[in-house]
Design a protein around this ligand. Structure first.
Ligand code: BG6
Length: 511
């Protein structure tokens, strides 16, 4: 595999959670696979008054806790030797001169060649001052006809609504050009999401079926069994639609629904996904109650343990109306998908952790085996399991051996775990590598972010403005609110419940 050009990765928010849990373990994996540039330096930036050595000690502890690779002391020391720290308040414009000087020094010392990648792993309120200060010091400038690059990776949340996302796009583009900007959506970095592209466009047999003539409906589910944990304060101002649906699930929808791109390059692929986002049928504010259901988990007993309700979580208002579950019915108004409903749901404190896409194929036009079978629909499903137990399952009807013609649903499965010696890389490993290689295919483009917000905005506005729109309670550990079944599902269509039996002891899970 290709190794990136030499570069310095500057991480703003270097002492934060994401750096510890995701970025540094991902870099360690790349290091072990020999996929980091030959000359590579990480400059951590943060307010802490740390020395390089303090930073390395801190990261050593993080690796012990969060990295799945176990390395010997020598290898770890070699890896950590690439890390340096600069104490800097991101709001302090003057301080950025120090950053410029430090970059020059490190560049010279390690023969980097002036390729810099700035990673904003900070609260969104700091995106603007950091970008402005980088610009004021010309740290974003790429000389024309020079190969030396400067790139910016931005973490989510990218905006809070359409207006703020647009404003942010505008501010950042005053300093960086769009091709320099890499907006992270870590779901696009998941191996199984990328495999949807290969599954669809490397195989000839599925494409003819992938349209309104053969697909009855599509389900996209992201269930999490955890609650908001210690992020109550953040979540309270966010909710599941902003946290999961506006970004991760719509990006999955884009990959599932897109037309084949003309080539496999960042623009061609993202031109197709953006068309999907632009084709989402708007849900006008007045229709939100009919097409979108929201819920909030309430206290419950799971496996004999008391689990608090959302309103009892730290940082959450006792009368909060923030949704921890949402389900919606969405249409993609184009020739391929006209009339096919896409049902999307996501939530916290559901019975299990599972993310999957289910393509439900239409039933046969005339069912022959009526005598022994009441139900002929729902026999053919294709399940693209994003996580966990990653794989692809194709369900079809088979004759139950013996007399008569009873039809039973069976499954043909591919599981990644059956591939020996294959490790599924972490999303951040792939995304960091692609960023250094200058490949933005798996990053969200500005127009896509804007189109997704454009679709979500009326839903959030309706919820904010109309207190009469209900937010339903659901006991923690159950599959969200019942109204997600009754309010907008067509007759005979049900959500798939990958783990059926719910609260309390004796949880039975198919997974
Ligand atoms: C994050 C959300 O973007 O994705 C979290 O902020 C959520 O609330 C997480 O838990 C889920 O990611 P994953 O990779 O664990 O499915």
């Amino acid at each position: 595999m290709e190794r990136p050009q030499n570069c310095i990765l500057v991480i703003f928010g270097a002492s934060g959670d994401l750096t510890q849990r995701k970025l540094v373990p991902a870099l360690m994996d790349l290091f072990r696979l020999n996929l980091l540039p030959k000359s590579f330096v990480v400059l951590g930036v943060g307010r802490k008054p740390w020395s390089d050595e303090d930073f390395r000690v801190f990261l050593g502890k993080s690796l012990n806790e969060f990295s799945h690779s176990r390395t010997g002391p020598e290898e770890t020391a070699k890896f950590l030797g690439k890390f340096f720290f600069l104490s800097l308040d991101p709001q302090d414009g003057e301080g950025f001169r120090n950053l410029k000087n430090r970059l020059k020094e490190l560049d010279r010392q390690f023969g980097i060649g002036e390729n810099y990648m700035y990673y904003l792993s900070t609260p969104p309120s700091l995106f603007d001052p950091i970008v402005r200060n980088l610009g004021a010091n010309n740290l974003q400038r790429e000389e024309s006809r020079s190969e030396k690059w400067k790139r910016l990776i931005i973490e989510k949340p990218f905006g809070y609504d359409l207006a703020s996302a647009r404003a942010l796009i505008k501010k950042i583009r005053k300093v960086f050009r769009e091709p320099q900007i890499y907006r992270i959506d870590h779901y696009l970095g998941k191996e199984t999401v990328q495999n949807i592209l290969v599954f669809r466009f490397a195989n000839g047999i599925f494409e003819p079926l992938w349209n309104r003539h053969y697909v009855h409906h599509v389900e996209i589910t992201a269930a999490e069994s955890i609650g908001v944990e210690d992020r109550g304060g953040y979540y309270e101002g966010t909710g599941v639609v902003r946290d999961m649906i506006q970004n991760h699930l719509l990006q999955i929808l884009g990959v599932v629904a897109m037309e084949p791109p003309s080539a496999f390059d960042p623009d061609a692929v993202r031109n197709e996904t953006v068309k999907i986002f632009q084709s989402l049928r708007p849900i006008p504010e007045a229709e939100v109650e009919k097409s979108v259901v929201r819920g909030q988990y309430t206290a419950s007993l799971i496996k004999g343990k008391n689990v608090p309700g959302y309103r009892e979580e730290k940082g959450v208002k006792p009368d909060s109306r923030t949704e921890t579950f949402a389900a919606m019915k969405v249409f993609v108004d184009n020739w391929r998908w006209g009339g096919v409903p896409f049902y999307i749901r996501a939530g916290k404190r559901l019975p299990t952790r599972v993310t999957e896409v289910v393509i439900h194929f239409r039933a046969t036009p005339h069912f022959l085996f009526t005598k022994d079978n009441a139900n002929r629909s729902g026999l053919n499903q294709l399940i693209l399991r994003v996580q966990p137990n990653e794989g692809i399952m194709l369900k079809f009807g088979m004759k139950v051996p013996g007399g008569g013609f009873r039809v039973k649903n069976v499954s043909m499965d591919f599981l990644y775990s059956d591939l020996s010696e294959t490790r599924l890389p972490e999303a951040y490993e792939r995304l960091l590598l692609d960023g250094m290689l200058g490949d933005s295919t798996l990053y969200a483009r500005g127009d896509a972010v804007e189109a997704c917000w454009g679709f979500i905005d009326p839903i959030l506005k309706a919820w904010k403005q109309d207190p009469a729109i209900k937010i339903y309670g659901y006991p923690a550990g159950t599959w969200g609110v019942e109204q997600a079944n009754t309010l907008f599902m067509e007759h005979g269509v049900e959500w798939r419940y990958p783990c059926k039996n719910l609260v309390d002891d004796g949880v039975v899970c198919e997974l």
